[in-house]
Ligand binder design. Structure first.
Ligand code: ADP
Ligand code: MG
Length: 315
């Protein structure tokens, strides 16, 4: 392998900080705290975190919609503040919010967007994009006749017209039905297979688990994990325990510290716990001591939802 001194990342964020000024006497909000993040070029990367973690702030900074307080952002060696135009041309962002001109048709909207990026007429692939997004039938319809899901898809199209090397999607499948979600996944997978770096934020953890080779978890403006997806699942050695019990009087169940109650209803209890920290026996003893009459028990490997809950719990 040829070694070069420089590693080029699909995205590199260095010491990024964002403080929103407090308005009307409100305290300022620190949305990103000296964030460092590196995304491998050509990878499919997941950015997760609870509401308010700072995901949209990060994405909107990259999109040029929010001005960072300090820090450096680069795509390969293209610095957002130095190579302004080149940076813009390298990135396509699908924002969380939808915002459209009601008097444009989807075709016109994408055509104008392509023009803004200086894509030559002969090189525009608008029909192709509309087709991939399942919008070809709506190509010449007015925006106001498009459903919410269709508008979301058009936003994706707008981010793709200039064939950027980095595509970032801020919850693209929120409220989108499963069939459509799969269509979008396939589209993103195809783009990724052709070399596009993709960063996805999502609330659907199964989506991140299925698509992303690496996942970063953001919480309160800080990175609390950044691992290969499989590593993230394995590292925490998390188990999920499902219990059925005979008595229904138990309203509130006390668990050992660090065990997490996922569900307690219809005499079924679901708990996740880290086996490095809690022994199964210890957990069962604790439950029995509270009068729980266990009639059935099973354990399973945790999924990303459990890992996510564990990492963001009480932090
Ligand atoms: P996420 O996308 O992970 O839900 P956001 O980036 O939207 O998180 O928000 C991060 C934090 O910044 C939250 O506390 C949010 O209330 C705050 N915030 C976001 N946008 C603004 C804004 N325009 N002005 C003030 N505070 C904001
Ligand atoms: Mg958001």
């Amino acid at each position: 392998m040829i070694k070069t001194g420089l590693t080029e990342f699909g995205l590199e964020v260095e010491n990024l900080q964002k403080v929103y000024k407090g308005h009307d006497g409100n305290e300022p909000v620190v949305a990103l705290k000296n964030l460092d993040l590196q995304v491998k070029k050509g990878s499919f990367f997941g950015l997760l975190g609870p509401n308010g973690a700072g995901k949209s702030t990060l994405i909107n900074i990259l999109a040029g919609l929010v001005i960072k307080t300090s820090g450096i952002v680069k795509i390969r060696n293209i610095n957002q503040d130095i190579n302004v135009r080149e940076f813009k041309r390298s990135i396509g962002v699908v924002p969380q919010e939808t915002n459209f001109d009601p008097f444009l048709t989807p075709y016109e909207s994408l055509d104008i967007q392509a023009g803004l990026y200086g894509v030559k007429k002969s090189e525009r692939k608008i029909d192709q994009i509309l087709k991939r997004l399942g919008l070809e039938a709506k190509s010449n319809a007015y925006m106001r006749s498009l459903s919410g899901g269709m508008r979301r898809r058009l936003l994706i199209g707008k981010a793709l017209v200039h064939a950027p090397e980095l595509v970032i999607l801020d919850e693209p499948t929120a409220g989108v039905d499963i069939e459509l979600r799969e269509m979008l996944w396939n589209y993103m997978k195809d783009l990724n297979a052709k070399g596009t770096t993709i960063i996805l934020t999502t609330h659907y953890l199964e989506e991140a688990e299925a698509l992303c080779e690496k996942i970063a978890i953001l919480n309160k403006g800080e990175l609390i994990a950044c691992n290969d997806t499989s590593e993230l699942l394995a590292k925490v050695n998390l188990k999920s325990m499902n219990i059925r019990y005979s008595n229904s009087y138990l309203k509130k169940i006390n668990l050992p510290e660090k065990a997490i109650l996922k569900e307690n209803k219809n005499q079924k209890l679901s708990i996740s716990y880290n086996r490095n920290e809690i022994k199964t026996d210890q957990l069962l003893d604790c439950l029995r001591a509270q009068g729980l009459d266990i009639i059935d028990l099973s354990t399973e490997e945790a999924d990303l939802a459990d890992v996510f809950r564990l990492l963001t719990n009480n932090k």
